[in-house]
Design a binder for this molecule. Structure first.
Ligand SMILES: [Fe+2]
Ligand SMILES: [Fe+2]
Length: 141
């Protein structure tokens, strides 16, 4: 949940910076590359890694309620979608760098989509999942 705070702080920059790029009709390439690195290294490998490869892995071994099972599947789908959006952002940036200036629109829309999609995902985990699934684990686990 602490990591969510860091992710939300960075995503608010995505929102602000994408509006700036739209206004200036220009792309900040260093910002894009840094954002992609953040999404892949921190949000995905580090943070989703802990969720999927530790927490969810252990939850798979429990007898989950249908509601918790459904939510876990949805959370995993959310992670996949953020990977897709990040991949699209890279593609749009490459197009722009290779001379397709119209790709700026796609860069902006990917950044905005990430900024808008992720906070509800965090809310699902923080408010509706993490605490309630603790009941499946013993104190030692
Ligand atoms: Fe997650
Ligand atoms: Fe999370």
């Amino acid at each position: 949940m602490w990591e969510h705070l860091t992710i939300e702080r960075i995503l608010s920059l995505f929102q602000a910076k994408s509006s700036w790029m739209q206004q200036e009709n220009s792309i900040d390439l260093i910002f894009i590359d840094t954002s992609v690195d953040f999404m892949r290294t921190y949000a995905d490998r580090t943070h989703h890694g802990k969720e999927e490869e530790i927490l969810f892995r252990d939850l798979y071994r429990k007898k989950l309620s249908p509601e918790h099972a459904r939510m876990m599947t949805e959370l995993i789908e959310d992670h996949k979608y953020t990977r897709t959006l990040t991949g699209r952002l890279v593609e749009a940036k490459e197009k722009y760098v290779n001379g397709d200036k119209a790709a700026l629109r796609d860069v902006v829309s990917c950044l905005k989509a990430l900024a808008e999609f992720y906070p509800p995902h965090i809310e699902k985990e923080d408010k509706h999942f993490f605490f309630s699934i603790m009941d499946y684990f013993s104190k030692e686990e």
